[in-house]
Design a protein. Sequence first.
Length: 95
Amino acid sequence: MFDIGLSSAGTSVSLASSADPKYPPEHIIDGKSDTFWLTTGMYPQEFVVTFASSMNINNVKLTCHNVRRLALEKSVQVNNSICVILWWEPGVIPL
């Protein structure tokens, strides 16, 4: 199966709230199980992944450690504007 979330597919990390030089945000999308993004430990942390083109996302796989809260957001086009809305959060019904 082709993974659209990998850097090899043209995906990029366009924003990360923090980074350690040894564990950069690009590790999020490198497809390797032995690399990872390490944050500074301050809360909240976030990253934005940008795809090469518009995508319909059916599933997301995340591996996390010591995460207090997790929310996924998505960009949608409303008229001629791009809006970011909540896509998923535990205990919240998606829009």
